[in-house]
Design a protein around this ligand. Structure first.
Ligand code: C5P
Length: 351
């Protein structure tokens, strides 16, 4: 049976405002996001015997990433669950339920997007899984041996995405433009970007729990609007002198993890004014508003200073600094990546 592959992208939030707390425990948001070309690698193969077999590793390799972060290769921070706690697993269970598919899945996930970073890695992997599995089901539904399989249309896919998480619907259709998300994150509208943009992202070697950050956050009063960010990016952002990027969760995350504040302070040394934490953290980024600046050159400079005082990130983890599995982590380094806004929708390759 064929293997279906795709490369799920990460996202950065350029703006995030908390409009209110809802009765269902979620927060009402106004957020502006872009998909960026830091990508995981996902491959999925339908197999005859039932069950979901998921394997996960880090790209280009766990020791390389551990070394960049200044942690041991077996550190809990790098343990991505491969069972029902992984959204890929839950996405496939939903696909099976919806389509009536009785067979199994062999899935491999190569991770580049850091965990607990606010870059949407798990959500993007889940959305990509829905896409690949729906394509596989559509291909099989035509075969003589697979009568009774229900294809999953766009409406059903969107509903499955919403069940999996607030950011998952965005990743079903990551485009090259800006997306504004309202509600709990699922009410999406899209805006064309006249050009691509570069950012440098710093992941300070600590995973923040989204639920934990939201539990401690405050509803803004008065609230800001994402209009200004959309206007600036969709016209000529290099002329923007004001600090337009904003994230209402940033001060909460700084309070929960010293490393977030350190990453932001560290980025202030670049001299670039547009810096922000993404989503619920912990990753932070600078936006290179001037298209003549090189994100790659800046990333190399930042990496060189990684081991020097005062840029080295804190060795101590606060009580809220948790690994993906919930235990405290020690961090002494950071992942530094130059990223660009995605130029096209993710492709599905079948081989
Ligand atoms: O939707 P998702 O499962 O990604 O959300 C994780 C947690 O983040 C939720 O359980 C909720 O506590 C919090 N959250 C929120 N408001 C949102 C999105 C997430 O309070 N709009």
């Amino acid at each position: 049976m064929p293997t279906y592959r795709t490369s799920p992208p990460a996202k950065l939030n350029l703006f995030l405002e908390i409009l209110g707390k809802r009765n269902d425990g979620y927060h009402e948001l106004d957020t502006v996001m872009v998909a960026v070309d830091l990508r995981d690698e996902l491959s999925l193969r339908p197999v005859e015997s039932p069950g979901i077999s998921l394997t996960v590793d880090w790209l280009p390799g766990r020791p390389v990433i551990a070394d960049e972060l200044g942690i041991a290769s077996d550190a809990p921070l790098l343990n991505v669950p491969a069972d029902e706690r992984n959204l890929v697993h839950r996405a496939l269970a939903l696909v099976n339920q919806t389509s009536g598919y009785q067979g199994g899945w062999e899935v491999h996930l190569g991770k580049r997007i850091p965990a607990g970073a606010g870059m949407g890695g798990a959500s993007s992997d889940a959305a990509a899984t829905l896409r690949l599995a729906a394509a596989a089901i559509a291909d099989r539904s035509g075969s003589a041996t697979s009568h009774g399989l229900d294809r999953i249309d766009e409406v059903a896919l969107t509903s499955l995405a919403e069940q999996l998480g607030s950011d998952v619907p965005f990743f079903l259709n990551p485009t090259s433009g800006l997306a504004r998300a309202r509600g709990r994150g699922e009410n999406l509208s899209f805006f064309d970007l006249p050009r691509s943009h570069e950012f440098v992202v710093v992941y300070p070697g600590v995973a923040l729990s989204t639920a934990e950050v939201y539990r401690h956050c405050h509803v803004s009063d008065p609230v800001r609007s994402g209009d200004q960010v959309i206007d600036a990016f969709c016209s000529d952002p290099s002329t923007t002198s004001q600090k337009i990027l904003y994230n209402a969760l940033q001060s909460t995350a700084r309070g929960l993890s010293t490393q977030v504040g350190e990453a932001l302070d560290w980025l202030s040394d670049t001299g670039l004014r547009h810096r922000l934490m993404t989503g619920s953290g912990s990753a932070c980024f600078v936006w290179l508003a001037d298209p003549t600046d090189s994100g790659q050159a800046l990333a190399v400079e930042l990496a060189k200073t990684r081991d020097q005082e005062p840029y080295r990130l804190s060795e101590q983890s606060g009580p809220e600094a948790k690994s993906a599995e919930g235990s405290s982590v020690q961090s002494g380094g950071a992942l530094i990546r130059a990223v660009t806004t995605c130029t096209a929708a993710s492709e599905i390759h079948i081989a």
